[in-house]
Write a protein that binds this ligand. Structure first.
Ligand code: FES
Length: 106
């Protein structure tokens, strides 16, 4: 699937992501080196650090947040109405065309 990710410097990255690798969006951002190592996925994808926070750009219909994600975003910095945690968004075929912008490092 094609995903567009704007990094923390404002550079747009268009990435082609396989859907059969059980990855989440945080892992995609790491593996494509869209954010410096150590500034994304700090908690290892446990919804406990918000270093993977993204803003969803195009009113995309993502799966609902669970309580852990909602609670972490309740405490994190730079949270907007369209904030999500990348580590809590599994890559599926439904994400084709998703556009996100990385939030500033917390
Ligand atoms: Fe820590 Fe997503 S990697 S909250």
């Amino acid at each position: 699937i094609n995903i567009k990710i704007t990094d923390r410097n404002g550079t747009l990255h268009e990435v082609l992501v396989p859907t059969d690798m059980s990855m989440n969006l945080m892992e995609v951002i790491r593996s494509y080196e869209i954010a410096d190592e150590g500034t994304i996925g700090v908690c290892g994808g446990m919804a406990m650090c918000a270093s993977c926070q993204v803003y969803v750009d195009n009113n995309f219909d993502l799966p609902e947040m669970d309580v852990e994600e909602d609670a972490m975003l309740g405490e994190a910095y730079h949270v907007q109405e369209n904030s999500r945690l990348g580590c809590q968004i599994p890559i599926t075929a439904q994400l084709e065309g998703l556009e996100v912008t990385l939030a500033p490092y917390p």
